[in-house]
Design a protein around this ligand. Structure first.
Ligand code: 13P
Ligand code: 13P
Ligand code: MG
Ligand code: MG
Ligand code: MG
Length: 381
């Protein structure tokens, strides 16, 4: 029988700015799940990164189950009450609808669900990122499941030599495409390099996989908060689940993409490019320029519906270099102030004063009489 891992996350208020969750709020979410989840879920784990509270649940009810989604929704509601009483900043930030209506998707929280046939040993890693967007997973997920320089298992392990299938979403047009690697590698990269538009939603094994044919082995939250709310409500800080070992990336292959820092969009006011920094769970507080953007990783095994772990995977000296590199990159790019490419292009900024500035300046704008300037403008795409 299939088992489902549901990871649902939301920002329901933080202290003092978008810095860190408030413990009594986390406790309220935990208490709600403990007291109301017994008949629905076989185990759960509550965690957090930055200002985002994360609920990992195990159950037999399948993905998109209304009762599971409602349990998480109500837990976040219970936490929001505590956040409001404490006067927390952004209390209930990601709960965009008043009443639950059957599926938590499109209501604000981020959702990643894996419906699996558990193996004898079922190890997996939950990644949590704050101050960035779902496309921040494109690069590491590609590396884990598509790049033999990151994952030598693709070359030397006969059980994964056939490659993997990637489900990519065009989040602007609501379309998806399945790409098969290694055959479609260049086409996949052509899409997912545009990480604000095309995002990897899931990875599947192929039908020819010798150990685990046609199984979902990775999933990322792709919820677009700003689309749902129609206005700035904070960027959609993502989370993901990756199954590992025996025909899948080894634990170390699933961590290797984070050994060097890379640039992601988000950071201050959701409007800047900045380096992602792998951190242990006790270092997940967003400070410098509301960041730098961070990723934490929790290693679990699942047996008979019970979770064992987590192991705090980046809480290790092996990632000190990536942290130092991220801090150096932060120092470098921060000097650029509001100039691109530190600041995001207009269309990707989570909020901007530009329309109001343009309106104010409209009477002062004059036509350029210089003919050269006009013909140059025609050369634009
Ligand atoms: P051990 O020899 O420590 O079990 O490790 C095997 C392995 O495949 C590591 O990636
Ligand atoms: P969050 O998306 O984590 O709430 O952060 C928003 C923000 O504006 C940070 O400066
Ligand atoms: Mg916030
Ligand atoms: Mg956040
Ligand atoms: Mg955010």
């Amino acid at each position: 029988m299939k088992t489902t891992i549901s990871h649902i996350k939301a920002d329901i208020g933080s202290l003092p700015g978008h810095t860190v969750v408030y413990e009594p709020v986390v406790n309220a979410v935990d208490k709600y799940i403990k007291e109301n989840g017994e008949s629905l879920i076989s185990d759960y784990h509550i965690s957090h990164i930055g200002d985002d509270i994360q609920i990992t649940m195990v159950h037999k009810m399948g993905a998109d189950n209304p009762e599971i989604h409602e349990l998480a929704w109500n837990a976040f509601k219970a936490g929001t009450e505590v956040a409001k009483e404490a006067g927390l900043y952004g209390a209930g930030q990601d709960l965009l609808k008043d009443a639950f209506s059957g599926n938590i998707k499109g209501m604000g929280p981020g959702v990643a669900e894996l419906e699996i046939t558990p193996r004898k040993a079922e190890p997996f890693i939950v990644y949590m990122m704050d101050k960035t967007e779902p496309g921040a997973f494109n690069y590491p997920i590609y590396k884990m499941f598509g790049d033999p320089f990151n994952t030598p298992g693709l070359v030397i392990d006969p059980n994964m030599h056939m490659g993997f299938k990637f489900e990519v979403w065009d989040i602007y047009n609501g379309k998806k495409v399945i790409m098969s690697l290694p055959e479609d590698t260049y086409d996949l990269l052509a899409l997912i390099g545009s990480k604000g538009k095309y995002v990897i939603k899931r990875v599947f094994t192929k039908e020819t996989h010798s150990k685990l044919p046609d199984e979902n082995v990775a999933v990322i939250t792709t919820d677009k908060l700003s689309f749902i709310a129609g206005e700035y409500v904070g960027k959609d800080d993502p989370a993901g689940i990756v199954r590992i070992q025996s025909g899948l990336p080894a634990s170390g292959e699933a961590l290797e993409p984070f050994a060097n820092s890379y640039l992601v969009s988000g950071w201050m006011r959701g409007s800047f490019n900045g380096p992602i920094m792998p951190v242990g769970l006790n270092n997940s507080m967003m400070t410098r320029f509301d960041g730098p953007p961070r990723v934490a990783a929790m290693g679990f095994v699942l047996k008979d519906g019970k979770l064992h772990g987590p192991v705090d995977m980046f809480n290790d000296v092996a990632f000190d270099f990536a942290r130092t590199e991220a801090l150096q990159m932060a120092n470098y790019i921060r000097k650029m102030g509001v100039f691109e490419p530190h600041r995001l292009p207009d269309e990707d900024m989570e909020y901007t004063a530009l329309p109001r500035i343009l309106e104010k300046l409209a009477p002062r704008f004059k036509n350029i009489e210089d003919k050269g300037a006009k013909s140059e403008m025609k050369l634009e795409r």
